[in-house]
Ligand binder design. Structure first.
Ligand code: THU
Length: 130
């Protein structure tokens, strides 16, 4: 499953629209109990604030099709040698749709470099319902 996510995220990264930062990101998500993979790339905007990260594109594509789901795993592909961590806004978005088992994989375009349980990556976080 990791390998499929890696391939989908790599392909999505090719569509990155990042003329400003020139930092291309691809992401792919599998939800629990659903075999469909949802992928996304970062899409920048000349107003900068309108930019959206690859992770949130993938999450929102999935949620908009399936309603609220729990993420089983997310892959993030960047150019960083060891992969790169998701930004704070994406972490908070991930936390909305994660559980104790949710996995986060970080990769460069050639290989998967690191993996974390989401909870270990963001142990202290805002939870409206808590
Ligand atoms: N970016 C992502 O796609 N995901 C992240 O978690 C961090 C940043 C994008 C946003 C912007 O297009 C570029 O990377 C530089 O910040």
């Amino acid at each position: 499953m990791k390998e499929i996510l890696f391939e989908k995220a790599r392909v999505a990264r090719e569509n990155s629209y990042s003329p400003y930062s020139k930092f291309a990101v691809g992401s792919a998500i599998k939800f629990k109990g659903n075999d469909q993979i949802y992928s996304g790339c970062n899409i920048e905007n000349g107003s900068f604030g309108g930019t959206i990260c690859a992770e949130r594109v993938a999450i929102y594509k999935g949620i908009s099709e399936l309603k609220k789901q729990c993420i089983e795993a997310i892959m993030i592909v960047t150019s960083g040698k060891d992969g790169d961590y998701p930004c704070g806004l994406c972490l908070q978005t991930l936390s909305e749709f994660s559980d104790d088992e949710t996995m986060v994989y970080l990769a460069n375009p050639s290989e998967i470099k690191r993996e974390f349980k989401f909870n270990d990556m963001m142990p202290y976080r805002f939870d409206f319902f808590k």
